[in-house]
Write a protein that binds this ligand. Sequence first.
Ligand SMILES: [Zn+2]
Length: 84
Amino acid sequence: MLRIACPWCGERDEVEFRYKGDASPVRPPADAAPEAFVEFAFARDNPLGWHREWWLHAGGCRRLLLVTRHTMTHEIRAVAAAAP
Ligand SMILES: [Zn+2]
C-alpha cells in the first residue's frame, strides 16, 4: 500500500486518495488542430520509471496534489500542491 505525505494532512494511506491521472500532458492552445486535442485527451504513455501524477486527497483535505512516483517500485519522491 502506498503512503502519501499530504502537505496539509501529513502521511496517510493510499485508500484516502484517488488517482486523477498523468500530470505531464499540456493542454494545446485553443486554435490547435483537433488531432492535438485528441492526443491530449486520450493518448497516454505507460512509462517505466518516474512519473508525475495528479492525486486527490478525497478522504482528507480534498486538495489536488502533484505526486512524483516510480511506476515499478511505487516509491514516492515528491508531493506538492497542484496550485498555490
Ligand atoms: Zn490532505
